[in-house]
Design a protein around this ligand. Structure first.
Ligand code: NAP
Ligand code: MG
Length: 488
């Protein structure tokens, strides 16, 4: 195996110090675009390391919550400035670590900076209400308290944005944090914590522990001194974490998978709808929780839509995520590739018709990484596994229906409810979709993927524990309301 001379050696960040894991165990991380290139070396920590981080966060919480929101906000502005200074480097690392095309990685890093600045401003905004009391002399109001120590467990598909959209609100509202990132996002998380360190946050306020989910993630969920857990990832793991947290009375928030539909109504602008289907289905190699996976086409436009889609999908260039010519990178790891391939096989066995892709690209360069072509299935029905389970890869299924009513019914006919989109010019159709679609994100004439940091984000049904993240919604999770009555 060849190695990259500039690989990154990562450490845990505990109580303001960079520490190797107590057992000195490490794992080498390779680039999914080019499997023989080493991206970094990551500690595989033990519970002992986690317990040190929890003790540090617990120790730091009194001092941190006593600071003013403005002071905490200043720290967040400083972290944002550090990220801004290192944007190119962070985006390159992110791209090499999990295979997101460089342009998207830069966009995501920019998003993380904007999120930090947004929440820095929250330090000066209102945290309560005055409520008329039935006692003429009484003063009734609400205020908010931090939760204490927050455990953050994040996935690999947005290695910088997701940790930041959890850590920034946790910190501004006065909590201390411990991040356990996905293993495939550990190196990017290390760079984030270098920025936190450079911003001189008081020791113990933000900690990073790298290692396995079953050890460090589960350890966070179980520990009595962790007051809350915020998780983004798969349903299977999320529910397990929720049960563990609930059993010991900790607050928890779970943001999980999706099976997001796009409906193409008969009056849709088909060119725009095709563009949105391609972008929603295949950007980030389909590895977004809000990625499009079901394309529900109404009545007579089916054939025309399919033809336009087939013309456009041929333009997608798959290749090394670091090359500007690559529109789509690899999937993140061997396991992901395996999962995607087995869903493709299952789709064929269940009688769906493969219209495009389904295999590795023919370019010999692609033999070096975890590549798969954008894949389109035709003649998909709601009963097929392709329509029910989250694949988390570049695979979409076309489903033909006869009416708008059937389209909305089909769109709702899954366990998930994260994001849903419709293409139509008719205001009545739009309103019907907005009212009847059970999804946390409703998108009209726009792709299913797409999140604005200042608006609430989260899903319905099995996509979430029914809380919301981002924007002003974040305060609901990261604080507790105190109702105060004062009689002078
Ligand atoms: P995952 O396998 O569920 O992992 C998520 C996190 O949980 C990782 O940090 C993982 O660590 C950790 N973990 C694994 N096993 C654990 C355990 N037994 N106890 C505690 N923690 C454990 O998800 P993923 O593969 O990283 O990400 C893909 C999933 O995330 C998809 O389902 C996607 O839809 C979802 N997602 C949802 C949203 C949303 O906002 N709704 C956004 C992005 C992604 P390791 O890396 O060590 O396994
Ligand atoms: Mg995983």
């Amino acid at each position: 195996m060849t190695s990259n001379e500039q690989f990154k050696t990562c450490f845990n960040y505990i109580d303001g110090e960079w520490l190797a894991s107590s057992n000195n165990q490490i794992e080498t991380k390779y680039n999914p675009s080019h499997k023989s290139e080493i991206v970094g070396v990551v500690p595989m920590s033990e519970r002992e390391d986690l317990h040190k981080a929890i003790a540090a966060a617990n120790q730091a919480k009194q001092g941190w919550r006593k600071l003013t929101g403005a002071t905490r906000g200043d720290y967040l502005f400083k972290i944002a400035d550090q990220l801004q200074n290192r944007l190119e480097e962070i985006a390159e690392t992110l791209s090499k670590e999990m295979g997101k095309p460089l342009a998207e990685a830069k966009g995501e890093t920019g998003r993380a900076i904007a999120i930090l600045r947004y929440y820095a401003g929250e330090g000066l905004r209102k945290t309560g209400d005055v409520i008329p009391s039935t006692d003429a002399e009484g003063f009734l109001f609400t205020t908010r308290s931090p939760l204490g120590v927050v455990g953050v467990i994040s996935p690999w598909n947005f290695p910088i944005a997701i940790p930041v959209w959890k850590i920034a609100p946790a910190l501004i509202y006065g909590n201390t944090v411990i991040l356990k990132p996905a293993q495939e996002a550990s190196i990017t998380a290390t760079l984030l914590f270098e920025c936190i360190h450079a911003a001189n946050l008081p020791a113990g306020v933000a900690n990073l522990v790298l290692g396995k989910g079953s050890i460090i993630g589960q350890g966070l969920a179980e520990h009595p001194d962790v007051n809350a857990i915020t998780f983004t990832g798969s349903n299977e793991i999320g529910k397990q974490i929720g049960l563990t947290a609930f059993a010991r009375g900790a607050k928890y928030q779970l943001e999980m998978g999706g099976k997001n539909p796009i409906i193409i109504a008969e009056d849709a602008d088909l060119d725009l709808a095709v563009q949105a289907t391609i972008s929603g289905g295949f950007r980030s190699t389909g590895q977004k929780c809000t990625a499009t996976s079901r394309v529900i086409v109404v009545g007579k436009v089916y054939e025309a839509f399919k033809q336009k889609l087939m013309e456009k999908v041929k333009d997608i260039r798959v290749g090394n995520a670091m090359l500007p010519s690559s529109w789509m990178g690899p999937v993140a790891n061997a396991k992901q590739l395996n999962t995607v391939q087995s869903y493709i096989k299952l789709g064929l066995e269940e009688g769906a018709e493969l219209l495009y892709g389904g295999e590795a690209p023919s370019d010999p360069e692609c033999e070096n990484g975890y590549y798969i072509q954008p894949t389109i299935f035709d003649k998909v029905t709601s009963q097929m596994t392709l329509s029910k389970e989250e694949i988390f890869g570049p695979v979409i299924g076309l489903i033909q229906v006869n009416s708008l009513e059937e389209a909305i019914h089909t769109a709702n006919d899954v366990e998930f409810g994260l994001s849903a989109s419709i293409f139509t010019k008719d205001i009545g159709t739009m309103m019907r979709f907005i009212q009847d679609m059970d999804a946390g994100l409703i998108r009209v004439n726009s792709e299913t993927a797409g999140v604005e940091l200042q608006a609430p984000f989260g899903g319905m049904k099995h996509s979430s524990s029914h809380s919301r993240e981002q924007g002003t919604a974040a305060i609901e999770f990261f604080t507790s309301i105190k109702t105060v009555f004062v009689k002078p």
